[in-house]
Design a protein around this ligand. Structure first.
Ligand SMILES: Cc1ncc(COP(=O)(O)O)c(C=O)c1O
Length: 511
């Protein structure tokens, strides 16, 4: 048999220029399944670029001839040529006729290996702007995935009429075609603004028209807009004490000075606004169902707060987040509908009445504020997505929204009663439930000395989420320890299992 020596000259040539480890790292990059969607030449080009960026191939280093590298990698020469061509076009290598390819001198400007890592030197403290630092201090990233009992404020989504929603969305796509894929008006789709105006006028006693409605992604966005458009950093805003944390964080992040106003069973003690020695630019309220206490703001106080806003030319920010779910008759009409002086900004959301993933909220604005608020929202995110807006408009017009809310109202009322009964039966040694007339969560106050933090942490370890009440208070005045128990998203059997676990946690922590 004739002897055919194996040709290894390409390897010799490649190895002269690429160390073994470098060749191996190019091969590993090429074969990494995570890079599988890239064409071969792009994988080779990225692998070599990475060696250059890492400093493994320094300035002036010759690259293997394309024929030699092609053989070493078992690819065609054209593939390597095309990788080299791209590296050349990006400025990473130079190609000299007759002498080959070299790492370009321009690479000198890249930070050297071992110098500061890409995301900043570890020893250099992160410097955020004042507003960024305030936001960051406001708290960690909220975990929004599958809610566990008793995460508050979460609606039941398992029984949502998805087929109806899907049918309406299909209708929208059919009717609008590619127009539904384009940008849409920053104020929101007219059909949805009309449906919302009709809804709040009828159900909430509001004074709305489509021209006054601004569609947003959430009430959270509405609060941020109010804080930044109506007020300046350092301005004072009266807030309920205790307060919804999302609102507090939005105001803190905008640099506002939050002035807590105590509550009683009639809601915020609004006479304190009149008596305050220092002026404020706005007041934030959850009048129909105070978060977290559940109190309803009495009519005389509503009128008093409107008068205060008129006299002082300030704003009332009314967060009407869950008024759809009142279990004993209708909730009181909103403040906005009573305000003849147009000083009230009404905030609504579909997070609770439909589903949180929808990300549609809105404001009903005094006419003068429509334009400035719309301009400000375009700077944040342009506009809300048109397809869900149009689908929601049909859902409302077709009566599905009303039907869904009515159905969920009786489901939630049943769950509220089931939870109240379970708490009385199993947790009476520890807490007293404050059974709410509406909403999706029940405040429970400790009836014995318990460490609220330890209870919340112990519950979390047992797979249960509770929201501590102490942290929602701005001042020590009348602070009451305990926790909020969300009930809307959990079936009675789920509530029962979770209450059983919570009883175990509380017994273990009894002191
Ligand atoms: C008082 C209050 N307002 C607003 C919201 C949130 O609504 P959105 O998801 O539209 O920001 C919540 C959610 O828990 C809430 O409790």
């Amino acid at each position: 048999m004739p002897f055919h020596p194996i040709d290894t000259s390409h390897l010799y040539q490649t190895r002269q220029l690429f160390k073994h480890a470098q060749l191996e790292s190019v091969k590993a990059w090429i074969n990494d399944p995570a890079h599988g969607t890239l064409p071969l030449h792009a994988r080779i080009q990225r692998a070599i670029r990475q060696l250059i960026l890492d400093g493994a191939l320094d300035v002036g280093r010759p690259l293997p001839a394309s024929r030699a590298l092609a053989k070493s990698l078992d690819v065609s020469r054209d593939t390597v040529e095309s990788a080299y061509g791209q590296l050349h076009a990006e400025g990473f290598i130079e190609r000299r006729v007759g002498s080959g390819s070299f790492v370009s001198g321009r690479v000198q400007a890249l930070p050297k290996r071992g110098a500061a890592p890409r995301n900043g030197a570890p020893h250099e403290p992160l410097r955020l702007g004042r507003r960024g630092a305030a936001m960051h201090r406001g708290g960690g990233v909220r975990e929004f995935s599958a809610p566990r009992p008793f995460a508050p404020g979460v609606p039941e989504t398992r029984s949502f009429p998805l087929q109806t929603w899907e049918r309406l969305q299909r209708q929208v796509l059919k009717e609008y075609g590619s127009r539904a894929l384009a940008h849409s008006p920053p104020q929101g789709m007219e059909a949805l603004r009309r449906a919302i105006a009709d809804h709040v006028n009828l159900e909430r006693g509001a004074h709305a028209s489509p021209e006054r409605v601004l569609i947003l992604t959430s009430s959270q966005q509405a609060m941020t807009l109010c804080a930044t458009v109506l007020l300046d950093p350092g301005d004072r805003i009266f807030i309920e004490d205790p307060i919804y944390q999302g609102a507090r964080k939005a105001f803190d992040a905008a640099g506002l000075e939050c002035v807590p106003v105590p509550l009683d069973d009639q809601g915020m003690q609004v006479e304190r606004l009149r008596d305050s020695p220092l002026p404020a630019g706005a007041v934030f309220l959850t009048p129909s169902h105070q978060f977290p206490t559940g109190a309803t703001l009495a009519l005389d106080r509503r009128l008093a707060v409107i008068e205060w806003a008129r006299q002082n030319r300030t704003w009332i920010i009314e967060d009407d987040y869950d008024s759809e779910f009142h279990y004993a008759g209708k909730p009181t009409a909103c403040v906005q509908g009573l305000d003849a002086h147009d000083r009230t900004i009404y905030i609504g959301t579909f997070t609770k009445s439909l589903f949180p993933g929808l990300r549609i909220g809105y404001m009903v604005l005094p006419p003068r504020l429509v334009e400035p608020m719309t301009v400000a929202r375009t700077l944040l995110d342009g506009h809300s997505a048109p397809i869900p807006q149009l689908t929601l408009a049909r859902f409302m017009e077709g009566g599905h929204f009303g039907a869904h809310v009515r159905a969920m109202r009786s489901v939630y009322a049943e769950r509220r009663d089931a939870l109240a009964e379970l708490v009385r039966r199993h947790l009476a040694d520890f807490v007293e439930p404050k059974v709410p007339l509406g909403g999706m969560q029940m405040p429970c106050l400790f009836v014995r000395d318990m460490d609220e933090r330890a209870v919340i942490d112990g519950a979390r370890r047992a797979g249960i989420d509770l929201l501590g009440l102490t942290a929602l208070h701005a001042s020590g005045e009348r602070r009451q320890a305990g926790f909020l128990m969300g009930f809307a998203a959990y079936a009675p059997q789920e509530l029962e299992i979770a209450v059983g676990k919570l009883a175990g946690v509380l017994r273990a922590l009894r002191r």
